[in-house]
Design a binder for this molecule. Structure first.
Ligand code: NAD
Ligand code: WQD
Length: 337
């Protein structure tokens, strides 16, 4: 297959590119490097020993995007990763988030249809289940009320894709709702590159273990969970990458729209993650308990039956693997790429 990855230079895009190239696909990345570097893509080629085609292009530049599709046609499938992803930043800069994530999605879909490309895989998030759906989250649950603009951009993008599929029988899509991606490629050559102070748990842990942060603050230990800290469904980024390969194969055989949760189905608490990280890597992660973080829900994990039965995909890697690979990436790249 010839597959276009928007946002292909980012954290999940690079890992997915590795899996796609290793499975004999042609990969074309379209990225404006607003949160990534070309070096990440050079590392993808180093890991796989295969070339890929990369374009420096903002998705909202419809003319340039159109040229890329024309020059590289026929494209079999598009995986749409590009977008801003920081929850906190979306609260302080909502317009930039709606502008980039929604306009980017609209521009891409228009270009795909103009070039008769009818298969789209979209990076959505467990955040669309909102506060009111209880875990395990099932794809059949109605989307919930999002608590930040980032979440709404995923909610609206899902709706835009759903409406396009309804209106155009030649356009099909798979929406993947990721739970909490973590870890890195086992080579330690590619991984997550947080911008400034990390918001997410795993990069905060790795930077604390590396001595770049003094200590981890665990946001709340008075939740109604077994150890009082929040529980999440952490999914290894390489398992997540493999889910995209399965989704692309699925789209070649099925029409319409399907939504799949991509998680392990197994929640771990924040304290369990910290303990596992320390044990698996024999390092210390200083931490203390702090106040709850606004907007956090006590528990969130996936029902993963649908992905198993229909996509033929299941997570294979453990929380220990995520901790080991995240630490390997941090140690080999103390200042990122
Ligand atoms: P990332 O920031 O590492 O990758 C996104 C890429 O998109 C970056 O390389 C960035 O430069 C690029 N980009 C942003 N706006 C663009 C534009 N207008 N035109 C072209 N390129 C643009 O993020 P990631 O962690 O790899 O996430 C990929 C996707 O998965 C995002 O849509 C994100 O919202 C979604 N997602 C991520 C997580 C997570 O925890 N990492 C969880 C659920 C969903
Ligand atoms: C996990 C747990 C924190 C940092 C977010 C987005 C979601 C998706 C994945 C994109 C929580 C606790 C964290 C710290 C802590 N992203 N924590 N101290 O909030 O589950 O999900 O990322 O789509 O949309 O909302 O992930 O990694 O931020 O937090 O105690 O310094 O770790 O309170 O319980 P979250 P996270």
């Amino acid at each position: 297959m010839k597959i276009v990855l928007t946002g292909g230079a980012g954290y999940i895009g690079t890992h997915t590119a590795v899996v796609l190239l290793q499975n004999g696909n042609d990969v074309i990345t379209v990225d404006n490097y607003s949160n990534s570097t070309e070096e990440a893509l050079r590392r993808v080629m180093l890991i796989t020993g295969k070339p890929l085609i990369m374009y420096d292009c903002d998705l909202r530049d419809e003319r340039k995007l159109e040229r890329i599709f024309r020059e590289n046609g026929p494209v079999d499938c598009v995986i749409h990763f590009a977008g801003y992803k920081s929850v906190g930043e979306s609260v302080t800069h909502p317009i930039e988030y709606y502008e980039n994530n929604i306009h980017g999605t609209l521009s891409l879909i228009k270009c795909m249809r103009a070039n008769s490309v009818g298969s789209l895989i979209f990076s959505s998030s467990a955040t669309v289940y909102g506060m009111e759906n209880l875990s395990p989250c099932r794809e059949s649950m109605p989307r919930g009320h999002c608590i930040n603009p980032y979440g709404w951009t995923k909610w609206f993008s899902e709706q835009i894709i759903e409406d396009t599929v309804k209106a155009d029988r030649s356009f099909s899509a798979v929406i993947l709702r990721y739970f909490n991606p973590a870890g890195a490629h086992e080579s330690g050559l590619i991984g997550e590159e947080p911008n400034g102070i990390p918001n997410n748990l795993m990069p905060y842990i790795t930077q604390t273990a590396a001595g770049k942060r003094e200590k981890l603050i665990i946001f709340g230990n008075d939740y109604s969970t077994p150890d009082g800290t929040c529980r999440r469904d952490f999914i290894h980024v390489m398992d997540l990458a493999e889910a995209h390969m399965k989704a692309a194969e699925y789209l070649m055989k099925h029409d319409g729209l399907e939504i799949f949760n991509i998680g392990t189905g197994m929640p771990y608490s924040v304290l369990e993650v910290v303990d596992m990280f320390q044990t698996a890597n024999c390092v210390s992660v200083p931490y203390e308990f702090g106040n709850r973080r606004e907007g956090d829900i006590p528990e969130c994990w996936a029902d993963v039956k649908k992905a198993d039965e229909q996509l033929g995909w299941k997570a294979r890697r453990s929380l220990s693997d995520m901790c080991v690979d995240a630490w390997n990436w941090q140690r080999k790249n103390p200042d990122s790429y």
